[in-house]
Design a protein around this ligand. Sequence first.
Ligand SMILES: N[C@@H](CCC(=O)N[C@@H](CS)C(=O)NCC(=O)O)C(=O)O
Length: 302
Amino acid sequence: MGYMVDGVYHVGDDVTKTLPDGAWERSRSTVRHWIGAGDFPAEAGRYHLFVAWNCPWAHRTLLTRAIKGLDAITVSYAKPNRDDQGWIFDAEGVFADPLLGARAVHEVYSADPMQYTGRLTVPVLWDKVAARMVSNESADIVRMLNAQFDGPELYPEPLQGQIDAWNSLIYDTVNNGVYRAGFASTQEAYEKAAHQVFDTLDKIDALLADQAYLCGDQFTEADLRLFPTLARFDVAYHYAFRCNLRKLSDYAHLWPYAKRIYAMPGVADTVRFDIYKRGYFSASEKRNPLGIIPIGPEVDWR
Ligand SMILES: N[C@@H](CCC(=O)N[C@@H](CS)C(=O)NCC(=O)O)C(=O)O
């Protein structure tokens, strides 16, 4: 893995985000342009996504593309395992980059004339006409694809307050909460994060006894942003990140809810359980030194 300074890639980890108390923090995205504003017109065929199937933040953007029916936005999928070049592509096949022919995501960042400095994260939304990045922040990408293109409305005006409140709780305690549990370097930091994960999942499970989705009877952006964590829960987080008080499939209401979302048109194509396992159980000195991938669990999502 590495980072970039003024458009030049460096191997290594200069910005390890472990705080003095053993807690772990995610770095912030810095490319924050908007489709529909300034230089980036709302033409779906003009844009391309660089993602990795195992990345839950990239998954948000794939879900938005699928649910809004935005096939005109093309996609390059990086391989599930990173190496000293970070996220990488094959020369051909499913993990190739048909757009730029890049062999690593850092080549995408350096193809933009901006002379990027920072971490080389996916997802990246790319403008094929201007040959530059629009955004590397998944939350913004979801919002702009929703706002600028046809398809189901994911952020309806009357529900915006509720959606924002769910997003913030779910990001802190669930989406990023599982990472704070998995990457914690002290017992206390791990326990705190892992309990937060289950406190929120338990709360949502209780709510879903009486309603179909987080904000009532309509699927919204809040559900879309919860789903990537649920899809990875039993095959990855439960074991790899020690989020093991309960499994998703133990929950009376949350589990049927997750399966309902999985059954929505296009959603199953964005989910790759085999790749989640390859990604989360890749060899890591701290978490999985031998890189052995567990055979289970068997989970039936249908
Ligand atoms: N804020 C970003 C976070 C994206 C992110 O952290 N992606 C991870 C993969 S799941 C990544 O690419 N990490 C590479 C690195 O930090 O070097 C977003 O939501 O778009």
